[in-house]
Design a protein around this ligand. Sequence first.
Ligand code: BDP
Length: 673
Amino acid sequence: EDGHQLWLRKQQAVPVKVVSSATNSPVVAMAKQELQQGWRGKAGASVSLTLKKDKAIKYDGFRLIPNGVQATTEAGLLYGVFEMLRRQQTGQAVSEGLLNPSYEHRLLNHWDNPDGSVERGYAGQSIFWRKDNALVTTAEDKTRWQQYARANASVGINGAVINNVNASQLILTPEYLVRVKAIADAFRPYGVKVYLAVKFTSPALLGGLKTSDPLDPAVAAWWQSKTKEIYKLVPDFGGFLVKASSEGQPGPQDYGRTHADGANMLADAVKPYGGMVMWRAFVYSPNDKDRAKQAYNEFVPLDGKFRDNVIIQVKNGPVDFQPREPFSPLFGALKKTSVMPEFQITQEYLGHAIDLVFLSTMWEECLQSDTYQAGTGSTVARCTDGSVYPQKHTAMAGVSNVGLDTNWTGHDFAQANWYAFGRLAWNNSLKSAQIADEWLKLTFYGATAPQSAAPKYAADWNTNFLAPVKQMMLDSRETAVNYSMPLGLHHIMSATRGHYGPGPWWAPPKMRADWTPPYYHQADSTGVGFNRTRTGSNAVSQYHEPLASQLNDPQTCPDEYLLWFHHLPWDFRMKSGHTLWEELGYHYDKGVQQVRQFQKVWDKAQPYVDAERFAVVQYKLRSQSGNAVQWKDACLLYFQQFSHMPLPAAIEPPASNLDAIIANDMRPRRQEN
Ligand code: BDP
C-alpha cells in the first residue's frame, strides 16, 4: 500500500454481466470495465447501462434502477457505476434513486507552471509539465493522466484547468497545445474536459500585436483565431480561466477597460464552440484601506454586464484561503451574473503536506453559510447552484493538491481533501462526516487483513479505527484554526517559510502593507483585530441583514469571526467569561493539546494500517505537533508585547522566547515552494 491507488484500491470483485444499450464509446467502455473490476454485489448479476431521455436528470446526473443505471449522457452512466461500486464497497444499500449533480462544471485548478514547478504545491512536480520544457508525451505520462482522470471521474470531477492562474503565454504556443491535446485525449474516456488559464497580454506577447486592449478588434480577432486553433486540436475544450488585473497580472484595467470588457471579449471567442470563461474575482490593490472589501466593490457594479458564458470565480472568503474566513459577500450580491466558489485543496495556509487537516468541514461551513440574499436559507450553496437566482452555468473549482509524488498529494490524508472536493461539487449538501466515512473505508479498510475477513474484523475496525480516526479528521480543521489563527485572526503566517508556521511580526520596511501580518491583526496596546464594523472599514455593510448587524456588534458576532470584524481591548469580556487575552491563550493551547490527542489516536490505529502509511502519518503528526507549539508560543509571546498581560496559568508555558523564534523565522533559507 503506497497510496498510489487512492480511494480506488483493488477490489476482490465477483463476476458481473453488463448489458448496455449505449454504443460502445470509450466512456461506456470505462463504465463496463469499472463494473467488471469492482463489482462486489451478487456474483453473476446482470447490470444494465441505459442511455435514454429523462427530463428529471440534470446535466450528467443519473438514476439508479434495479440492477442498473440510466442517464442521458455517457458520463452519467460512468458516474452511476462509480456510485454503485462506492456503495457496495462502503456497505451502503444500492437503493434506487435519482442523483443529480449540484453543479454543471466540477473543476480542479492546477497551479502548474510550464517548467514543471507547482505554485503552492507540496506533492512534487507537475503531472502535466516537465523541466526543460520537455514536451514529448511518454507512455508513463499517459498512464498517469489516465489514472488521474479516473480518480476524478470516480468522484464526479469533470474538468481540469491544467496550468497556473499566474499563466505563462507559452501555454498557447503550438508546441504546448500539442501536449494539451495529448492530455485531453487521455482524459476524454473519463468525461474530464481540459481548460486553460490564459495570460491576458498573450496577443501582444505571442501575436506581436501592439496592444492587448480587449476592445481593439485586432486583439479580439487574435483570440478568436487562437481559440479556433485550440478547438481544432481539442474539440471538447472547456474554456478559459483568467486571473487579470490581480497581483501584478495584466488585465483589462491596464487599458482603462473593465473586468466585463475583458471577460466578454474572451467569452465571445469561445461562444461558438460552447466554451466558458471563468473570470476570477481575486482582485485587490495596495491603495485600499481594506483588502477584504475590494472584490465586492469592483464586481457588484458590473452585475448584469457579463455574457452568459462567463462565470465569476470567487474564493470562499473575502481575503485569501485563510484557515477561517467568513464567506465572501460576493456570493450574496450578484443577481444577474453567474458566480462560482473557488476552494483551495492544496494546503497553502493549512500546513502544506505536513499537517493533517481535513478541509471538508471548512467548505461545508462556507457552503452552508446563509447570505440572506433572498431571505433566510439563501446559503452560499444555493446562491451558486442556481437555486436562488437562475444561472446559465454553474460550477465549483478547487485548487488541486496533486503532484508527482507516489501518493499524489504528499500527505496520505490530503487525498481525502481531493475526494471531499469532488463529493461536495457533486452534492453541495453532503455532510463531512459521510465524506470522511466513505473515504476512510475506501482508503484503509482491510489494509492489514484480507477484505473478506470475518465479521469480527469489521466490528473491530469500525470501533477501533473508523470511529476515532473519523473524529480526528472532523476535528482537524478546527484544531488547525485553534493553533494558528483562532477567534477570527487571519493572514499572520510566516512569509519567509512559504506560508508555513507563524509570522505575525513580519513587516519589512517598504513592503506593501496588505502583504504583511500587522495590517491584518492590528495589534497594539489598545487591543487586537481588524475593525470592519460601521465605525471602521464598514466591510460588514457588504453583508445582508440580519447578518450585517449581527457581525457589527461584538456581543452578537460569533467568536469565530470576532477579530475579523472587530478591534477589541485585551480585557474584552468574552461570552465564556474569560478576557479576550485569556481566550486567545486557551485557544492556542487547545490546538496544541488536540494535535497531541491526534498522535495518540493514530498510534492506536497501528494494527489497522499498513506499515508504510502508518509510519509516514505518525512522523508527520509529530512534526505537526511541533508546528502547533511554534504557532502557540510565537503568537502568544508576540501579542503579549502589546497586551502586557500574563498568560493564563492553566496553559503550557512557551518552550522558547520570542527573539529566538523570530530569528529562526528570519533565518535565510532556500525559497520553498
Ligand atoms: C494566493 C497564493 C498565490 C496565488 C494567489 C491566487 O499565495 O500563490 O497566485 O493566491 O489565487 O493565495 O491567484
